[in-house]
Design a protein around this ligand. Sequence first.
Ligand SMILES: [Zn+2]
Ligand SMILES: [Zn+2]
Length: 336
Amino acid sequence: MLTALATAAGEPLTLTEREIPAPGQGEVLVRITACGICHTDLDVLQGHWPIARFPVVPGHEITGVVTAAGPGVSWPQAGACVGAQFLGDSCRHCDHCVRGEQILCPAKRITGIVMDGGYAEYAVLKADFVTPLPEGLDPVAAAPLMCAGLTAFNSLRQAGIAATSRVAVIGAGGVGALAIRYAVAMGARVTAIGRSRRGEAAAREMGAERFIATQDTDPAEALRAWDGGANLILNAAPSTSAASATLTGLAPDGTLVLCGYGPEPLTLPTQPMALNRLHAMINPSGSPHDLRDTLAFSVAHGILPEVTPVGLRDANTVLDTMAAGHAGKRSVITFG
Ligand SMILES: [Zn+2]
Ligand SMILES: [Zn+2]
């Protein structure tokens, strides 16, 4: 099988032929239909994930078809259409695992970082950690839902979104666009925040009622003028400072949740936070039940990302473009 391998931090992907692996106890072999290219894949290649186990096959926005089930697997069997995400395995017996919050397991293992992921024609995955694809869902367009969609949906949920919420979304790349559409579909009012007005028309089309361009407006001040501030700010830009600059735009008891962030630490203005009981959190993707909910909600509300299909041989070019800061439609590797 053709495989793109991350061999060491700072090195481009290497295309190589490998034997198709056999599924072991509790595992399934999946013929991959599509794998989205996530910003985290770039972070791994750039060496920002010290836990990365090189050489590793990156990619955790996987859709595909099960071709073989290993010993002890009752579901899924050959022929099942499945998705696989960032969380690839966990201990199954800690307090978090038994409560269905496997994403918080101290022994969790991450697909495409410590376990081989989806930049290959086949992958062996843990049967407990693949998710059934709802019928009729296009497996290529759905690939980014496995990480970008899950992270956007679950971040809104973990930060306590309600139908009465005012939600601000920073950045309108893959995660940001989905966050705007999910928040609108959940009944919230939405303000989109970008550097320039370039993304304004698209954000309004997705249902945003306001747009703040940070190059000519202080975003915190503009948010406070929005009926007293945002109840929830979701940062989808790969910049920690963009998030910090909005924090005092929260209404009392509001929450800043970071889906995107850079390597620099988050600086928090402690006094305004204390006076208004403000919260800041980073939500790491989600557990298997969160992905099922994300997919069901996306199907029910017709929320699918716009994607550009690319070949495995194009992955390095896509990652270079991403590193240069040119965010476009989500690129999805397809195997045909
Ligand atoms: Zn556990
Ligand atoms: Zn991801």
